[in-house]
Design a protein around this ligand. Structure first.
Ligand code: FEO
Length: 392
């Protein structure tokens, strides 16, 4: 794929990582992209790099448009290495270029790389940088999702280069959302939010309100992962989705997550599910033996009720459930009602490990439920009664 002009003299020079199946624990069945943008103006500016192992493609696309000796600025919106991995390569090819980043970005670059000799332009929210016919304006978005995270707005083009924000792990021939199946793009954007940005809803709301306060008119959002949102309809679609996800507003649905050894916890999970179904509450059930944790987390965004079930193995939670609970705790979903359930052979109590996580997250809870060995009809009725308390 050649470099692609996304607006007059603004080029996509990124890379597509078709074979990526996993991104630090997040399952990426559709691969990913690391989008990098080249602004050809009086002062030629590159916005974001790519992963180190895909550097050559990024460099070739840039070289197809300019000579590296002409590169004036390299904007580093975010230092996580999917975007900065090849910044040292770029700086070797263009030692005259200045890095444009914020104070946290400079510190993070120095913590990652040998930055000797690099010159910087340090920016903060509201600062501008004139590059000729265009003015870049910067919006720092700390903890969305790293301390250094930042977005770059190209005023004259009403273009927001949003880095991780509004991105999707989605490798496709399509560069623009309009060229791809919309439901797939939205599902991947939702998955990205749930698995990367979920803990930072407050920061996302603040970033959205800062963009509003600065009066940024946006008709294109070009993230550093996935497809580009262009035109009012698409831009509004993703902005309103983010506003909804960041608000913690739920659709009132229930999510059941469990694993099972000999079927006991599966029987309990089925009983839990039937209560929601009978009450007309939308419910989805995930068995961790065939689901990656990141697929499950997508359903947490609009869920009100979270029920997690585990067998007991060697006096501990079943490992896949323990792994899921750890992952979920880190993503810190808010405003949920939790129910822990499970089964044991000779020593009860491991469900309290799940209950403790619910409490650490500040969720409402009900009493956990455990059953010895195989649940009989009376146990099934008892757990149903417990779930009814939850939705009462
Ligand atoms: Fe796409 Fe936080 O890196």
């Amino acid at each position: 794929m050649k470099a692609v002009e996304i607006k007059k003299d603004i080029w996509w020079v990124g890379v597509k990582d078709w074979n990526l199946t996993e991104f630090h624990g997040y399952s990426t069945p559709r691969g990913s992209t690391y989008n990098s943008y080249l602004l050809i103006d009086d002062k030629i500016t590159l916005v974001d790099g790519v992963k180190h192992y895909m550097s050559d493609e990024n460099i070739c696309r840039i070289k197809s448009l300019i000579d590296f000796s002409k590169l004036e600025y390299v904007v580093v919106n975010h230092v996580e290495m999917d975007h900065s991995g090849n910044i040292p390569v770029i700086m070797k090819l263009a030692p005259q270029a200045k890095i444009v980043t914020n104070a946290m970005g400079k510190r993070a670059l120095e913590d990652h790389f040998d930055t000797e000799g690099w010159e910087y332009v340090i920016v903060k929210t509201g600062d501008t940088l004139n590059i000729g016919k265009r003015t870049l304006e910067f919006v720092t978005t700390p903890m969305l999702h790293w301390p250094d995270s930042m977005m770059t707005y190209v005023k004259e083009d009403k273009l927001l280069l949003s880095n991780d924000g509004f991105g999707q792990h989605y490798a496709t021939d399509a560069l623009f959302v309009k060229e791809a199946p919309f439901d797939v793009v939205m599902r991947e954007a939702q998955s990205y939010y749930a698995n990367i940005l979920f803990p930072y809803g407050a920061q996302a709301e603040k970033a959205l309100s800062t963009a509003g306060d600065l009066g940024l008119e946006i008709d294109m959002i070009a993230p550093s992962h996935g497809c580009i949102w262009s035109g009012e309809k698409e831009v509004n679609a993703i902005l309103s989705a983010y506003a909804k996800w960041a608000s913690g507003e739920t659709a009132g649905k229930a999510v059941i997550v469990y694993d099972t050894m000999w079927g006991a916890t599966a029987t309990l999970a089925e009983a839990v599910m039937s209560v929601f179904q009978d009450a007309g509450i939308p419910v989805i059930k995930h068995c961790l033996s065939n689901k990656n944790v990141s697929e499950v987390m997508v359903d947490f965004l609009d869920a009100k009720y979270i029920c997690i079930g585990s067998p007991t193995l060697n006096n501990e939670l079943f490992p896949r459930v323990a792994g899921f609970v750890t992952y979920m705790k880190g993503l810190a979903p808010k405003n949920k009602k939790g129910f822990a359930f499970g089964s044991y052979g000779w020593k009860p109590g491991v469900v309290n490990n799940i209950q403790n996580v619910f409490e650490a997250l500040g969720w409402e809870t009900i009493l956990p439920f455990e059953e010895k060995y195989t649940p009989k009809c009376d146990a099934v009725e008892k757990i149903k009664e417990r779930v009814k308390e939850m939705i009462a």
